[in-house]
Design a protein. Structure first.
Length: 205
C-alpha cells in the first residue's frame, strides 16, 4: 500500500526567484494547491538576501527558481540550512552533475531540471517534503547511534576504573555501576561520567 500524499494546504512557501520570472505562474499554482506563498524574493535585485529572508519569514519550504545554481547561491543555502533545516525544491534550467552534487550537499531536497511545468508543482513539493523527512530521520538515527556508542565507551571506561581500583571482575563492576545508577535515579552513562570525573580529580599529578 502506498503511503498517503503529504498535505500541501496551508504549507508556507518562500519563492526565491533568481531571474526566471515565473513567480506569477507559480503563485497561481500554489493558490490552486492551497499553499501559502509567504513572499517572493528577488535574488537578482537582492543576491545576498536569502539567509535573512529565511530567518525572518520562517517558511516551511523554500522553492528556488533559477537558470542554474551559482556557487554564491548554494553557499547561502548551505548557511541557512545549517541554521535551520527545511525542505528545499530547486528548479533549474540547466545543471552539471557537479552542480547537482553541490546542490544536494547544500541541502536541496528535490531537483527539477529543464524548467517547471505548473501542473507538476504539487508532486515536486510532495517529493521535497518526503525526501526532507527521510533525510531528517536518517540524521536522527545517526545521532542516536553516535550517542549510544559514546555512552557505551563511558560505561566501559568507568567499569575499567572499578576493576582496577576495587579489584572487581567485569560483571561485578558493571553491577556496581547499575546499582549506583538505580540508587541515584540516573543513567549508566551519567554515573559513569561522574565516576570518571572523580577519578581524574583524585588521581595524583
Amino acid at each position: 500500500m502506498n503511503p498517503p500524499p503529504l498535505p500541501l494546504p496551508g504549507l508556507r512557501v518562500l519563492l526565491a526567484d533568481a531571474g526566471q520570472r515565473r513567480s506569477p505562474v507559480i503563485r497561481l499554482e500554489l493558490i490552486r494547491l492551497r499553499c501559502q506563498l509567504v513572499d517572493v524574493l528577488d535574488l537578482v535585485a537582492e543576491p545576498h538576501a536569502l539567509v535573512n529572508a529565511l530567518q525572518r519569514l520562517a517558511p516551511e519550504l523554500l522553492l528556488i527558481d533559477c537558470d542554474h545554481p551559482t556557487p554564491e547561491l548554494l553557499a547561502q543555502l548551505g548557511e541557512a540550512q545549517a541554521l535551520r533545516p527545511r525542505p528545499v525544491l530547486l528548479v533549474a534550467e540547466q545543471m552539471t552533475p557537479e552542480q547537482m552534487r553541490a546542490a544536494l550537499q547544500a541541502g536541496v531536497s528535490a531537483l527539477q531540471l529543464a524548467g517547471l511545468q505548473p501542473q507538476r508543482l504539487g508532486v515536486l513539493l510532495q517529493l521535497a517534503l518526503a525526501r526532507f523527512e527521510h533525510d531528517q530521520a536518517l540524521q536522527r538515527d545517526l545521532r542516536h547511534t553516535q550517542t549510544q556508542l559514546a555512552e557505551r565507551k563511558l560505561v566501559e571506561r568507568a567499569r575499567g576504573i572499578l576493576m582496577r581500583e576495587q579489584g572487581l571482575d567485569e560483571e561485578a563492576a558493571f553491577q556496581r555501576l547499575r546499582q549506583l545508577a538505580m540508587d541515584g535515579g540516573q543513567t549508566l552513562a551519567a554515573v559513569s561520567m561522574r565516576l570518571i570525573d572523580a577519578h581524574q580529580l583524585l588521581r595524583p599529578r
